[in-house]
Design a protein around this ligand. Structure first.
Ligand code: DAH
Length: 340
């Protein structure tokens, strides 16, 4: 018995294995139910009583040693395989690597700007921190207008007033001050209002302002330009409707609705069963504004319009809560990853 144990121990120490098949042979020979170690355990009952503690111990040691040798050989074989060229599967699909994408507000802003670019409107930009003249006075806001109130506007300094612009109409003023007609410009940008944040309002949002000044610009030009925009943005079947309104810087002024692109005008909860969605403010530039900006109001006329990018994005993608655009939750943003 002792000889058999010694013999197996020697074999164990001299073992060399090159392949998975050899490893399996080793396992069968030493460790399986029909293997040699098991044979030793079976013959153990015939060992003389006084030898049993010693022999039993030897067999157990041998069994542990065999198991260790097996584990080690198996590990070595596996690492060799991984490092081996043959194990690289070139036909495997490439692993998906996560790519960033444009924010939905950037997508919609670009779409709006592109639509107007196609009919000759060029981009202009202005500062976010503005003086009173460009945000209010030049745009014909009376001194006592509520927008000039601290409740609505974030002031940086008082007397002279410096504020975060409340609308991109301030860029109109800057363009007209620095250029003579014909002017055809589109001004995207961030605006700021002292408002409580809710599903429908935020203190920071985005607008796009449009301005066209030339000889003989009429309300019909405004209407046709906006109809073109609505069809490009929301689809060929879109209809528009202009409702009389008031803005200090336009006369006459209007608000524009588009036919609801969700129910097709039949009425649904998004359009509050009216069939129409309000998307922008517009009008003919008030002659006072032209004069304030150094443009001869007897020679030139113009139209202007302004829209909220978040509002258009909410309608286009049926987003019910404006705050989602500002939270940067990846689960939300990922839904727009193919948008542009
Ligand atoms: N500035 C307006 C606002 O923030 C939007 C607007 C209305 C712009 C009429 C215009 C316009 O140019 O003509 O609500």
């Amino acid at each position: 018995m002792k000889n058999r144990i010694e013999d197996l121990k020697k074999q164990l120490e001299e073992i060399s294995i090159e392949s998975a098949e050899q490893l399996e042979e080793f396992r069968l020979k030493f460790l399986s139910k029909k293997g040699q170690l098991q044979g030793l355990f079976e013959d153990f009952k015939n060992v003389a009583k006084e030898d049993k503690p010693l022999v039993g111990n030897l067999i157990n040691l041998l069994k542990n040693q065999a198991q260790e040798v097996y584990n080690e050989l198996k590990d070595r074989l596996q690492t060799q395989e991984v490092g081996h060229e043959k194990s690289i599967d070139l036909s495997r699909p490439v692993e998906f690597s996560h790519q960033g994408a444009r924010h939905p507000i950037s997508v919609v802003r670009k779409e709006i700007v592109d639509i107007f670019n196609r009919i000759g409107f060029v981009i202009s930009e202005g500062p976010e921190v503005e003086d009173d003249f460009h945000v209010f006075t030049a745009l014909n806001f009376p001194q006592e207008h509520p927008a000039r109130d601290m409740q609505d506007t974030f002031f940086i300094e008082k007397n002279p007033d410096i504020a975060l612009r409340t609308h991109t109409s301030s860029v109109q003023v800057r363009v007209m001050e620095s250029q003579q007609p014909p002017i055809r410009t589109i001004s995207p940008g961030r605006v700021f209002r002292n408002e409580a944040i809710s599903a429908r309002a935020h203190c920071i949002f985005h607008q796009v302002e449009g301005l066209y000044v030339d000889k003989n610009v009429s309300f019909a030009d405004l209407k046709q330009t906006l109809l073109y925009f609505a069809k490009e943005m929301f689809g060929e079947d879109t209809k528009i409707r202009l409702r009389p309104s008031y803005f200090p810087f336009t006369e006459p002024s209007a608000e524009m609705d588009v036919s609801c692109n969700i129910c097709g005008g039949k009425g649904c909860n998004v359009c509050k069963y009216s069939g129409w969605l309000e998307i922008l403010g517009c009008g003919m530039v008030d002659p006072n504004v032209l004069t304030n900006c150094g443009i001869d109001a007897t020679e030139y006329s113009g139209f202007a319009f302004g829209m909220g990018v978040e509002r258009i994005a909410m309608l286009k993608y049926q987003v019910k809560d404006l705050r989602l655009f500002f939270e940067n939750d990846k689960r939300f943003l990922d839904q727009f990853s193919g948008a542009y």
